[in-house]
Design a binder for this molecule. Structure first.
Ligand SMILES: Cc1cc2nc3c(=O)[nH]c(=O)nc-3n(C[C@H](O)[C@H](O)[C@H](O)COP(=O)(O)OP(=O)(O)OC[C@H]3O[C@@H](n4cnc5c(N)ncnc54)[C@H](O)[C@@H]3O)c2cc1C
Length: 369
């Protein structure tokens, strides 16, 4: 009998396993992933500093040695952008490197890691069977299209939306070498193209937008839109990959019981920016703790309260701002306010990448016009 079985070795799953063995070093923890690590994952590779804070508390130093690019440029292609230093810069680390580091740390701390694609899940009295493997608690950290949520019958969050995004690695355009660049699309917000230098002469470049009902977007559409917003950014790019992003609706759905969902599997992606790694690491750590803490009572209930405590207000505020931001004048006003005041810029970055709230000065900035 495993004390904890984690499905998925991305940031949510690896953090869950790390947290479980931190709380209970004698816990028997199994981490299953359908891939061997290192493995690639479609992502912009932007790692919010808050994610590194959570990992540091788990005893893992995941920051690269090179200093991060700390200047961020935001705006519409046609308007005047804001370009400022971020108070705490986001690192850009290819997921093939970042995720493998976390899985290796979990293995070093006694977590059993196996390559296995999970297909079935059966709740039993006092435990759960995952492809015949018994565990007291299961964490589904299997990403945007994961099977655990489906097999458990947990519905998608009310009011949740899904985005799709593509990324590649291209020689960095000299004009964009010293900054992280985000250019908003004119329509279909939230939608934007990005160029995030990764420090070896290349940048992670990409484009993402929200999928509205019944609409599909082909890879060529996504690449055309990226090129329209950041001309030439995809020239010579390799490694194109696309994936879904289940955006947070502010109300994650975690039922009581022995099956917990973390990261993208719980639709924890910032609806403004598509940032999901910080939420994945944080929710994974909270789930891992709740799973092995015998004093906490029902693991699902304990974990749901912990997510609510840590992220509840922030998720509700980002939902409100994402709704406001569907109106282009609001976004324009936000960019202009961030140009005028560093503090507004810092608050907006904190809302988009971390755990910020809709502060009075941001609200005044957004509604200023
Ligand atoms: C193009 C794009 C750009 C993005 N850019 C950023 C960004 O710059 N910054 C940011 O913070 N976020 C970004 N995101 C979001 C971010 O990638 C996710 O939020 C993050 O990966 C979530 O981590 P996770 O651990 O929940 O899931 P994942 O990283 O998806 O990990 C899930 C793991 O589960 C495994 N798995 C799936 N099914 C099974 C199964 N049946 N059995 C066993 N294993 C299974 C997979 O192999 C995978 O390793 C982006 C997303 C996309 C698509």
């Amino acid at each position: 009998m495993w004390d904890l079985l984690v499905v998925g070795g991305g940031p949510a799953g690896a953090s869950a396993a790390l947290a479980a063995v931190q709380v209970r070093p004698d816990a028997r923890v199994l981490l299953l992933d359908r891939s061997d690590f290192p493995r690639d994952k479609a992502c912009g590779d932007g790692i919010a500093p808050h994610a590194l804070d959570v990992l540091a508390r788990l005893g893992v130093d995941a920051a690269p040695d090179d200093p991060p690019v700390s200047r961020l440029r935001l705006g519409f292609a046609a308007g005047t952008p804001v370009a400022r230093q971020m108070r705490r810069p986001a690192y850009v680390v290819p997921r093939a490197v970042f995720d493998a580091r976390l899985v290796a740390a979990a293995r070093e701390r006694g977590v059993t890691v196996r390559r296995h694609q999970v297909r079935s899940l059966q709740p039993e009295r006092g435990h759960v069977l995952v492809d015949g493997e018994p565990a007291r608690v299961v964490i589904g950290a299997d990403g945007a299209n994961g099977v655990v949520r489906r097999l458990t019958g947990v519905p998608a969050p009310r009011g949740g939306t899904v985005a799709v995004a593509i990324r590649g690695y291209a020689p960095v355009d000299p004009e964009r070498a010293g900054e992280q660049v985000i250019t908003f699309a004119e329509h279909g917000w939230p939608a934007y193209a990005w160029s995030f230098p990764i420090g070896d002469g290349r940048a992670n470049v990409g484009y993402g937008e929200v999928l509205t009902a019944g609409r599909t977007l082909r890879r060529a559409d996504l690449m055309d839109r990226m090129d329209a917003l950041l001309p030439g950014s995809g020239a010579g790019a390799t490694g194109w990959r696309a994936h879904h992003l289940p955006l947070s609706s502010g109300r994650p759905r975690q039922p009581d019981g022995r099956v917990l969902l973390a990261g993208d599997a719980l639709s924890l992606i910032n609806p403004l920016t598509g940032e999901g790694i910080y939420y994945a690491v944080l929710s994974g750590a909270l789930a891992g703790r709740a799973a092995v803490d015998r004093a906490a009572g029902d693991p699902g209930r304990a974990y749901r309260s912990a997510v609510q405590r840590e992220l509840g207000r922030h998720l509700r505020h980002t939902t409100v701002v994402a709704r406001l931001a569907r109106h282009r004048p609001v976004v324009e006003a936000g960019v202009a306010a961030a140009r005028r005041r560093q503090a507004v810029f810092d608050d907006l970055v904190e809302l988009g990448l971390g755990r910020g709230l809709l502060t009075p000065r941001v609200l005044a900035g957004l509604l200023g016009r």
